[in-house]
Design a binder for this molecule. Structure first.
Ligand SMILES: *Cc1c(COP(=O)(O)O)cnc(C)c1O
Length: 378
């Protein structure tokens, strides 16, 4: 079979890298000249720059977003015997981070309007062993900071943010990663700020937590060949940090482009509401950084979500599903003891959501074409 030509890709990273090619090559050459590939100068300067951009005091570069959650929770004193509240609909790495820390994830259903964790539900599954909540700023929209802070204070638990999809997102005057005691970011290539490989960062304004993660990521050694903790090898490469440092000054503008593209999608999609196609809601206006632009194909639509996706593919338009199976129904986490029906909102979302093309550089004509094709469904 001849593969269908792609007219509009789901993401296009070349658009953002081409103008930066010279600067990135130069940054890479500088690291090669210095030879400080592990814990080098560019890592330290990028850690400072990223923490500052997020409005906190410390950044600790690690090998991935998953490790930022694992090591971050450990550094906050979370581990075996502790329960941690997490959304049932998130990328599986959130759950992996919690279980790798030794703690038990307690899953929570979501708000169907935003797909974000439902704090009313969370209040019902608290126990004396609940030590933390890991809100996920899913798709680039922050969970309400005020509601989070009220919830955590009234139940005496800590907030550890999974901000892997929300670099520089903001809501009600708070930046993503600055609400809780600490936060995890991912620099997976397609994230809003992406490396040329894997990478992550733990950010915090708590000096002790920052120091703990620095030790944990470096074989548990606060100084060479002296090991105070059973750590691991999880450092952000100096080369990746050097590339990310070149990209960071452009992040705000890229996020603005994503937000504007989303506003245009929202506007054009209004006419498709009666056809059963509706976007998720944005309660943070320009603070939503749209890592993904997600629509729902609900009962009123004459086609199933699968058929809509297939139809778009035939028109050369790529789309995605984030995520098709909720965490509680993943075979790997069977032992948590959940079953179908436990989280109705998350389960329904998994069956109805579709992510449309979204990246900085996606232009108005392309958005018009996507919505036009959706409008032709009958
Ligand atoms: C990407 C992602 C992670 C994991 O980041 P990696 O760098 O891929 O390990 C964690 N949580 C969420 C919500 C993510 O989207």
């Amino acid at each position: 079979m001849i593969p269908l030509p792609i007219k509009i890709p789901f993401v296009d990273l070349k658009i953002q890298h081409q103008p930066l090619e010279t600067a990135i090559n130069q940054a890479i050459q500088t690291v090669i000249q210095r030879g400080d590939f592990i814990l080098g100068e560019a890592l330290q300067s990028f850690e400072k720059a990223f923490a500052k951009a997020c409005g906190v005091d410390y950044g600790v570069g690690v090998a991935s977003g998953t490790d930022a959650i694992t090591l971050g929770l450990k550094a906050c004193g979370i581990g075996e015997g502790d329960e941690v509240l997490v959304p049932a609909n998130t990328f599986i790495a959130t759950i992996i981070g919690v279980t790798q820390s030794g703690a038990t994830p307690i899953l929570v259903d979501c708000d169907p309007k935003t797909a974000l964790i439902d704090l009313n539900y969370a209040a019902k599954v608290l126990t004396p062993r609940t030590k933390a909540i890991v809100p996920v700023h899913l798709y680039g929209q922050m969970v309400s900071p005020r509601e989070l802070l009220d919830f955590a204070q009234s139940h005496n638990i800590i907030i550890f943010e999974d901000a892997a999809q929300a670099h520089l997102a903001h809501r009600d005057g708070y930046l993503a990663g600055s609400v809780g005691i600490a936060a995890a970011f991912s620099f997976y290539p397609s994230k809003n700020l992406g490396a040329f490989g894997n990478g992550g960062m733990l950010i915090t304004s708590n000096e002790e937590i920052a120091r703990n993660v620095r030790t944990l990521r470096n074989y548990g050694a606060p100084s060479k060949y002296y090991h105070t903790q059973q750590g691991t090898n999880s450092r952000l490469d100096t080369l990746q940090a050097a590339i990310l440092e070149v990209k960071l000054p452009h992040l705000e503008q890229w996020n603005q482009q994503r937000n504007q593209a989303a506003k245009y999608y929202d506007h054009l999609l209004q006419s498709l509401a009666e056809k059963g196609i509706t976007p998720l809601e944005n309660f943070s206006n320009v603070g939503h950084v749209y890592h993904l632009y997600v629509i729902q194909i609900n009962e009123a639509c004459c086609l199933t979500r699968e058929s809509v996706q297939e139809y778009l593919k035939e028109q050369g338009i790529q789309s995605g599903i984030h995520y098709p199976i909720p965490c509680h129904l993943q075979p790997a986490y069977k032992a948590l003891g959940y079953q179908l029906g436990d989280f109705p909102q998350a389960e329904k979302l998994c069956e109805t959501i579709l992510s449309l093309p979204m990246y900085p550089g996606l232009n108005m004509e392309q958005i018009e074409l996507v919505v036009e094709q959706l409008s032709l469904i009958k």
